[in-house]
Design a protein around this ligand. Sequence first.
Ligand SMILES: NC(=O)c1ccc[n+]([C@@H]2O[C@H](COP(=O)([O-])OP(=O)(O)OC[C@H]3O[C@@H](n4cnc5c(N)ncnc54)[C@H](O)[C@@H]3O)[C@@H](O)[C@H]2O)c1
Length: 336
Amino acid sequence: MTKIFAYAIRKDEEPYVHEWKEAHPDVEVDFTDKLLTPETASLAEGSDGVVTYQQLDYKADTIEALDQLGIHNWSIRNVGIDNIDLKKAKELGFKLTNVPVYSPDAIAEHAAIQAARVLRQDKEMDMKLAKHDLRWAPTIGREVRDQTVGVIGTGHIGQVFMRIMEGFGAKVIAYDVFRNPVLEQKGYYVDTLDDLYAQADVISVHVPDTPENVHMINDESISKMKDDVVIVNVSRGPLVDTDAVVRGLDSGKIFGFVMDTYEGEVGIFNNDFSGKEFPDQRLADLIARPNVLVTPHTAFYTTHAVRNMVIKAFDNNLNLIKNEKPETPVDLDKEF
Ligand SMILES: NC(=O)c1ccc[n+]([C@@H]2O[C@H](COP(=O)([O-])OP(=O)(O)OC[C@H]3O[C@@H](n4cnc5c(N)ncnc54)[C@H](O)[C@@H]3O)[C@@H](O)[C@H]2O)c1
């Protein structure tokens, strides 16, 4: 009987593992909450494939351990493959899949909700309420429909964000290095980033973290933006020069900042520091500000997205085992 073994299954993923298992009575499915390491590889003994999700590195020793068990079908439930020794995986004849798109709506919706909350000064009002200060002023809101929203990057997530902001009644403009023909026809695109900076009241970045895009939001770009701009980054921490944003917040140039991703977040986000020394003073300062909304890379974290990550990864793995073409293979030949 075909067998798939899954690693690092969280409690919130378990119902979807069971769902997939029930839909595939011909496949034996087993899982652990442990990460895949050289030590835990043996848990998958006798399996035809493994399904994993972790931020820690999969080094050569982990990959060799799977190889020794004769397991070469490997499906990850997330996007990133930069923590995998792909050279070793290729050398040992692994077949790999990932899940590049699991729910753009999860991320876009989070960006839209947070941007609207910043415009309404919700956090400031919440902080006042917590002190039993129930006065209105000066915590007055700005309506989304009065804003021009500038979207940088009109891929999977940027497009959904545009649709949601239009639903609120905002004027939406966009910039992308590769224009989407449908959006182009509808006249969303401005010619340059400078045009977008000059016109937008809310600016949301939805581009990948490539070397060219590192710190694309910096002192210079912020200086080109309108006063009282709201900046949204639910994409990748390195896209934003955090110190430059802090300067913009301090000077009053920036009205508010939405931050779901942070430079150097690995090892900090998704950890509990309550009652312990907090490891990053700049982050603590941002979290404390009434006009900054920090979330620890949770934009993707919805039932819809988590279900898709699990179901798609298992589907992919079964495809690999059956020698069928999976929906989203990782081309190891292209990587090297
Ligand atoms: N916070 C989260 O939980 C979470 C989850 C998934 C993805 N993300 C991030 O969201 C971002 C967008 O993801 P996506 O799936 O929409 O990507 P995508 O590949 O579908 O779209 C990215 C778009 O950005 C454009 N682009 C690249 N560089 C650009 C630049 N310098 N200027 C303008 N446009 C540029 C590309 O042409 C493309 O159209 C990525 O950074 C991704 O890592 C965050």
